[in-house]
Design a protein around this ligand. Structure first.
Ligand code: HEM
Length: 360
């Protein structure tokens, strides 16, 4: 898996260098989106789509259609479902009949196609990936295995879908916001580059290598604290509980506004300032950093996301420097009404080649 991510990083860096050499701004969501799509397609579904180069690959085309339509789906229904779980059966009927994203069906077909190809390949070609684990659970339906490890066909597709969206969109958004923060804070960028030189020299950034980059880690965390792609998580109260005078009855839906918690000055002094050192110095109460959620339902892809973010930033920052331009806004607006935090405009960032920046 590590070698595969390494190859995706090389393609990403090449793409960014080409844009820089053409003197254009980088649409950071687009380039990092191609990268995270390649990583999730390869590591979870075992297919090399090379979306960073081949936008006509059927998987990329179907996924892009589905993802662009997700943004147009009525997000208030999602919030309603999360706050009032008892409305779920009604909302399901509405979504199925009125609000299904257009690209949904083609994307589902795409996943079914991959499933069928796997089955035709037979047992000899089993791949050690997420899709294979799902398919094994589907096979268990017929073998009478304990119900914990059994999934229906619909559940397999649903899990594959959520895994893809969760794995692609969140990591691409975080990398987009990180490039933006680095352009605004050149001193932070310089510190990362120094750390890379000190800890890795010119080595390929392996899993072990990037685990030494503590400052880079803090910068990623601080980016997530300020601009986490997921604004809120939800839970159902398993028992009645009273917190700070408010009683939550058993069975109630609870929306945890993680974006607000991570901007609360009680937990993060001067919350609107970008200060990676607050994580570096290790004085944070871990339960107040909720970027990946908390507890038994913590994001299952956290380790993969951290690895791909660190590896890609090492590759990219060795070659280019993100630059602050006069038109870069200190604050941008987030589109309202979504659980995902999506900026209201494309973030386009100038960058220069690092060897040119050093001599110029
Ligand atoms: C920076 C990147 C990412 C962020 C910020 C993020 C954030 C989150 C958050 C906040 C949750 C909800 C956790 C909770 O309810 O406590 C979650 C769940 C989940 N994430 Fe991620 N995630 C990221 C990357 C990924 C990746 C790369 C994958 C797949 C490989 C992934 C797959 C999932 C799945 C499947 C769930 C549902 C887990 C469950 O309900 O048990 N995520 N993620």
């Amino acid at each position: 898996m590590e070698h595969y991510i390494q190859r995706c990083c090389i393609q990403l860096t090449k793409n960014i260098e080409e844009i820089v050499q053409r003197g254009e701004r980088i649409d950071v969501k687009r380039v990092f989106g191609g990268y995270t799509m390649d990583v999730i397609a390869g590591t979870a579904f075992g297919i090399e789509v090379n979306s960073q180069k081949d936008l006509d690959h059927p998987f990329v085309r179907d996924a892009a259609g589905f993802l662009s339509d997700i943004g147009t789906q009525d997000k208030y229904l999602v919030v309603l479902a999360k706050c009032f779980p008892f409305l779920l059966p009604f909302i399901k009927v509405l979504v199925k009949n009125l609000f299904q994203p257009n690209g949904f069906k083609t994307f589902v077909k795409s996943i079914q196609r991959i499933k069928e190809e796997r089955k035709l390949d037979g047992n000899g070609n089993r791949k050690p990936d997420f899709l294979q684990s799902l398919l094994s659970c589907e096979e268990n339906q017929t073998s009478g295995t304990d119900q914990m490890n059994v999934l229906s066909k619909v559940e397999v597709i649903a899990q594959a879908l959520i895994f893809f969206v969760a794995g692609y969109e969140t990591t691409a958004s975080t990398l987009q916001y990180m490039a933006y923060c680095l352009a605004l804070h050149p001193e932070v960028q310089d510190k990362i580059v120094c750390e890379i030189k000190e800890q890795l020299g010119d080595e390929i950034p392996t899993y072990e290598g990037v685990s030494k980059l503590k400052y880079l880690d803090s910068v990623i965390q601080e980016t997530q604290r300020m601009y986490n792609p997921v604004n809120a998580v939800n839970r159902v109260a398993s028992e009645e509980v009273t917190i700070k005078g408010i009683t939550i009855p058993k069975g109630a839906g609870v929306l945890v506004p993680i974006a607000n918690v991570m901007r609360d000055p009680e937990y993060f002094p001067e919350p609107d300032k970008f200060i990676p050192e607050r994580f570096y110095e290790g004085s944070i109460n871990p339960i107040s950093f909720l970027a990946f959620g908390f507890g038994p339902r913590l994001c299952i892809g956290m380790r993969l996301a951290q690895l791909e973010m660190k590896m890609s930033m090492v590759h990219v920052l060795r070659r280019v420097k993100f630059v602050k331009t006069d038109d870069i806004q200190d604050v941008f607006k987030i589109k309202p009404g979504s659980i995902l935090s999506i900026p209201d405009r494309v973030i386009a960032i100038k960058a220069v080649m690092r060897d040119v920046a050093a001599t110029g």
